[in-house]
Design a protein around this ligand. Structure first.
Ligand code: ADP
Ligand code: MG
Length: 393
């Protein structure tokens, strides 16, 4: 049907000079309707669509393009794509050369980052075409912009988790191997101790006995570090079952009751019924424990820990908001690194483990903080009913 319409339109356009004013008015109306239809279609697209001249001037932009590059509707005039996407013009010099017909037919695909109105990663796809009858000025580019921020982030998250887990696996192996020499050290220290006891009395032997004791303490400490490390990182696939997040949370808080009271902390947990999620109860406990522990440690002189819940179509969110010391901006980006700690007795594994467990649950962990105001840790879990829907579709 559309094809038929077009061919009749083409026929009319071919006899333009033969049209009287009434028919011309009809034609203009028809073209306007046609244009409105296309504009509407373009505006429903998620991709940004631009038509750009040789000099980069933007002739047309659909709604998504406006949104992506942060332009108001009336801000188009005089804008050039080259200004909006720094570096694009330079990388196009070949395609822009009027003489190079081969080059000018080339399609450009590349990714770039926009920092305004919000940080986005955008894939740009650019195809040259000619507007019939426009002479030397006929060349245009059709530009398609796709927002790939999410896609990029999830790939990066995957690579990161693969990288962390292979390093952890290696470290776990090394830590395990350290157990044997430590054992042997311990046995020999015990032997030395026994022999020293037989030499009791001489001042040298007492000094030696002291040294041996120091060695044994240090060996015990090393052993503790390794045991903790192995407990913490040995990657275990989550054993998923239908879980009520609030139940697990209540368990953890009950376990921490004593410490909460001793530190003068008030816990205010929203009591809402949350949708079921698929989770490994023990691993969840570890996550909640690490987060509430950090919150408590950040509230040295007492404070308030508020636990809130949110639900949307796809996710269940738990928010842990403390009134503690907060986190410096330069620290914020490093918190998930293994062994990154700002505490004297910290081991710097808590958040990294929490992140790994959340990822294995198809979830995410986020931190937001303001120095001397407090910190909000957000845990995002996929809803069980959402997963079912995904499998069905
Ligand atoms: P650790 O607690 O052993 O230091 P974590 O991985 O649990 O290791 O935390 C890393 C660092 O993140 C902490 O040393 C601290 O600086 C910071 N941090 C985590 N949670 C909070 C919080 N709720 N408030 C302030 N700082 C925090
Ligand atoms: Mg911690």
């Amino acid at each position: 049907m559309a094809g038929k319409k077009h061919s009749s339109l083409d026929r009319v356009l071919g006899r333009l000079d033969a049209l009287d004013s009434v028919n011309l008015a009809n034609l203009v109306q028809r073209l306007a309707r046609e244009r409105a239809l296309f504009e509407e279609i373009f505006n429903t697209l998620q991709e940004g669509i631009l038509v750009v001249r040789d000099n980069g001037a933007i002739e047309y932009a659909n709604a998504s393009a406006h949104r992506l590059i942060g332009l108001g509707n009336d801000e188009l005039a005089g804008q050039t794509l080259w200004r909006l996407v720094p570096g694009l013009h330079t990388s196009l010099s070949g395609a822009l050369d009027e003489q190079a017909e081969i080059d000018s037919a080339s399609v450009v695909a590349r990714e770039f980052e926009l920092s305004y109105p919000e940080p986005r990663i955008v894939r740009l796809y650019m195809v040259p075409f000619r507007v019939a009858g426009a002479g030397a000025q006929s060349r245009r580019f059709a530009v398609i912009l796709s927002d790939i921020t999410k896609e990029k982030q999830s790939t990066e998250a995957r690579i990161e988790s693969e990288r962390t887990s292979s390093i952890l696996l290696l470290a776990a192996g090394v830590a395990h191997e350290l157990g044997n020499p430590l054992n042997s050290l311990n046995i020999h220290l015990q032997l030395i101790e026994r022999k020293l006891k037989k030499l009791k009395g001489s001042p040298e032997s007492e000094a030696l006995a002291e040294s041996v004791q120091v060695c044994r303490d240090e060996v015990a400490r090393l052993d503790g570090i390794i045991t903790n490390f192995l407990d913490a990182i040995r990657p275990r696939a989550p054993d998923l079952s239908e879980t009520n997040l609030m139940d697990v949370l209540a368990d953890v808080l009950r376990f921490q009751q004593r410490e909460i009271a001793d530190r003068g902390i008030e816990v205010e947990a929203e009591s809402s019924t949350l949708p079921i999620v698929l989770a490994d109860r023990n691993q969840l406990k570890q996550v909640f424990f690490n987060i509430t522990k950090n919150a408590m440690e950040a509230m040295g002189g007492g404070g308030k820990l508020k636990i809130k819940t949110r639900v949307d179509d796809d996710f269940v969110y738990l928010l842990f908001a403390d009134s503690g010391s907060g986190i410096k901006q330069e620290d914020l980006i490093r918190l998930f690194e293994p062994y990154y700690t700002t505490k004297a007795g910290g081991h710097g594994l808590g958040l990294m483990i929490a992140q790994r467990i959340m990822r294995e649950h198809g979830g995410q962990i986020g931190l937001e903080s303001k120095e001397s105001i407090g910190t909000v840790v957000t845990l995002q879990f996929p809803r069980k009913d959402r997963r079912v829907r995904m499998l069905q579709s």
